[in-house]
Ligand binder design. Structure first.
Ligand code: OFO
Length: 168
């Protein structure tokens, strides 16, 4: 049985992951509004990946004989979006999630919760990839400096992201 402090922090992380999903769903809608179906696809896949992350925490709490407590979500705030601002927000969001995971890991160690410490390893690695993915698209968008042909090509590339890749 894990400590109640760790359990409560894991429950908070379910909310963070579901909030991430909600943010990406909002970004998918915004990308569609901007006429970028490939971007919308990428954010929709990311939305699904975040749901899978929330599910991992959900299942883990139950596996440890804990109690899942779900909390309310906030509406995503996306204003005056551009292709670049969407991905800059995605990167900032992932950096926030990385900080949450590191804090959780510190807590698990402080509580001598070895199982949770090991469970969180996957997320540490995943966050490196999530930040790198967003950064990669930001680099491409900066390179084209708003050129429409370039944007068309990036949109086509992002349209290729498949659900399998998003399983996480
Ligand atoms: Fe984006 O990795 Fe979960 O939140």
């Amino acid at each position: 049985m894990q400590s109640k402090t760790v359990e409560s922090a894991l429950n908070k992380q379910i909310n963070e992951e579901l909030q991430s999903a909600y943010v990406y769903l909002g970004m998918a809608a915004e990308a569609d509004r901007l006429g970028l179906p490939g971007f919308a696809n990428w954010f929709k896949m990311q939305y699904q990946e975040e749901l899978a992350h929330a599910d991992k925490f959900f299942n883990y709490i139950l596996e440890r004989d804990g109690e899942v407590k779900l909390d309310a979500l906030k509406a995503p705030e996306i204003k005056d979006a551009t292709p670049l601002s969407l991905f800059e927000s995605a990167l900032a969001h992932e950096q926030h999630i990385s900080a949450c995971i590191f804090k959780l890991k510190d807590l698990a160690r402080a509580e001598s919760d070895h199982a949770t410490d090991v469970f969180l390893e996957w997320f540490v690695t995943e966050q490196v990839e999530e930040e790198a993915n967003a950064r990669g698209v930001i680099d491409q968008l900066k390179m084209i400096e708003g050129n429409k042909n370039g944007l068309f090509l990036i949109d086509r590339e992002l349209a290729g992201r498949q659900a399998e890749e998003a399983e996480g």
